[in-house]
Design a binder for this molecule. Structure first.
Ligand code: NAD
Ligand code: UDP
Length: 310
């Protein structure tokens, strides 16, 4: 069965891969984006396709349309970008969510919210499952994103309880792959670009903090499965449980790019979560989903992409 689908944030890194997959699956896809961190380049190959439409718009302002499915991804995702204008980040998360949920309420559309492992903050429980309420400092520089995303989850569940809106909520863990913005400052794109340019690899702190890195194709598969099933609203973790220190990641990137770069240790970033690793038993049980791309394989694909960009 095919659907008429709205993807907010569809010109971004993840959104553009999702649009590709939805077009491939035969759906009619509208990408709504204000191009803050996304770009037309990410979707240039889709422009002109008869089932693809682009709509330049800011989710802070209401939007309309006859969609039966909505994926809500609009929000800058890298710390430098979401901290650039924190109030705007909160408005995007909260007003954008309300506008998307209002549209779903009016039309009966099913709506999937791209939430984040950041709802767990700097977690005191490790690894993190969906029952953990998190450890977020509401006053920190990360809070505009973390609390914005937490409020967006609350809105989803209130619209679901109060108005019967058909929600799906996924919590995405660190995701990487081709089309990450060159300037977005996230660790995978930074390290690959630095390694390819022979510049020092910038580790913030001593490199002992951990993250679990998921390749974008695995995430898109999880998103589609969550949207397609009828029995479960979430929240559900979608991430790769392989956990690496940032120092290990730096070493792997240097090896895979055969780079001559040195490592440069810079001051630690304030409020940086120390560890992150998803429990994915719920996704396995409810969606029969688990990631299939190991870090080395995904990094090689991402390195190939960035080679074409430097
Ligand atoms: P991205 O910055 O590449 O994509 C975000 C997109 O949203 C961009 O195209 C941007 O232009 C658009 N956007 C931002 N503000 C907007 C607004 N006010 N109105 C309309 N469009 C707006 O980031 P991404 O990594 O592709 O992330 C996509 C979604 O997934 C985000 O909601 C993010 O919070 C979530 N997420 C990503 C990760 C990750 O590791 N990449 C992890 C957890 C959650
Ligand atoms: N990081 C780093 N060097 C960089 C970019 C990031 O050491 O050039 C670290 C960052 O401090 C954090 C981890 O890598 O501990 C992941 O950062 P990223 O911004 O990619 O994601 P997030 O912090 O949102 O999980």
């Amino acid at each position: 069965m095919t659907h008429t689908i709205l993807v907010t944030g569809g010109a971004g890194f993840i959104g553009s891969h999702l649009c590709d997959r939805l077009i491939q699956d035969g759906h009619d896809v509208t990408c709504l984006d204000n191009l803050f961190t996304g770009s037309k380049e990410n979707i240039s190959h889709l422009i002109g396709h008869e089932r693809f439409h682009f709509f330049e718009h800011d989710v802070e302002q209401p939007f309309d349309g006859a969609y039966d499915r909505i994926f809500n991804l609009a929000c800058p995702a890298s710390p430098p970008h979401y901290q650039h204008d924190p109030v705007k980040t909160i408005r995007t998360n909260v007003l954008g969510m309300i506008n998307a949920l209002d549209l779903a309420k009016r039309t009966g559309a099913r709506i999937l919210q791209a939430s984040t492992s950041e709802v767990y903050g700097d977690p005191l429980v490790h690894p993190q499952d969906e029952s953990y309420w998190g450890n977020v400092d509401p006053l920190s520089r990360r809070a505009c994103y973390d609390e914005g995303k937490r409020c967006a989850e609350t809105l989803c569940f209130d619209y679901h309880r109060e108005h019967g809106v058909d929600i799906r909520v996924i919590r995405i863990f660190n995701t990487y792959g081709p089309r990450m913005a060159k300037n977005d400052g996230r660790v995978v794109s930074n390290f690959i670009l630095q390694a390819l340019r022979g510049e020092p690899i910038t580790i913030y702190g001593d490199g002992s903090y951990t993250r679990s890195f998921q390749y974008v194709d695995d995430l898109v598969e999880g998103m589609v499965r969550m949207m397609d099933q009828d029995a479960f609203v979430g929240p559900v973790n979608i991430g790769n449980p392989g956990e690496f220190t940032i120092k290990e990641l730096a070493g792997l990137v240097i090896k895979l790019t055969a780079s001559s770069s040195d490592i440069s240790y810079l001051p630690a970033v304030a409020n940086d979560p120390k560890q992150r690793k998803p429990v994915i038993s719920l996704a396995k049980e409810k969606l029969h989903w688990e990631p299939t791309v190991v870090l080395q394989e995904g990094l090689l694909k991402t390195i190939e992409y960035f080679k074409g960009k430097v």
